[in-house]
Design a protein around this ligand. Sequence first.
Ligand code: ATP
Ligand code: MG
Length: 209
Amino acid sequence: MFTLCWSPKGGSGTTVAAATLALNATTSVLIDLAGDAPAALGVSAGSEGILDWMRSDTDPLRLDDLCIEIDSDHHLICAGRPGSVPARRWAVLADHLASIDASDVVVDAGTINRPPSVLSERADRRLMVLRPCYVALRRAHESAVVPDGVILLDEPGRALTATDVERCIGAPVLAEVMVDPSVARAVDAGLLAVRAPRSLIPIAKLAAS
Ligand SMILES: Nc1ncnc2c1ncn2[C@@H]1O[C@H](COP(=O)(O)OP(=O)(O)OP(=O)(O)O)[C@@H](O)[C@H]1O
Ligand SMILES: [Mg+2]
């Protein structure tokens, strides 16, 4: 399964959600287009990453060389050096990711109004990560890509509900995750891979579905 995650608004929890989906698959490769996964997972970033690969003409099979072990069943390909990449390489990447069947693939496309269209076309599952915030919802509504589902951070005191989000986006809320200080602490300590808080279980369950 190839899952694409993104958020139209920064700080929504996309990195946490994508990492949780990847870690709870039987075997997976997490592709980090946004750059924060190594810190959240407590692994050292390689000197090169997916963005460097896209700026080269290197064969997709060489992406294996960029895989960093999170544990024996879960691997990470880091973002690498930021900057623009040729449009044609998105198609090469999308074709390759869609052809992987030995592992699940999770892409963290980061904060972006519209993820690269070839990625969203080839993904099996498009998941938007959102806080129930009016500004985020406005951006999500304007996004040209309708996700298959939403991962929603359940923040106390918000006026907007999961039903409001579903009506606005036109897609179901597949997981509601509590805002929980133990998640923030795990991320800050780079311990997401070894000590995942229980509040992430709703996302973990999506990995198996
Ligand atoms: N369920 C949660 N409960 C508490 N804090 C959370 C939760 N999910 C994420 N956070 C915290 O919110 C912050 C943003 O999370 P994260 O980096 O996953 O968001 P993001 O959408 O990937 O951000 P960016 O736009 O920078 O890529 C981090 O400090 C993280 O620890
Ligand atoms: Mg992020």
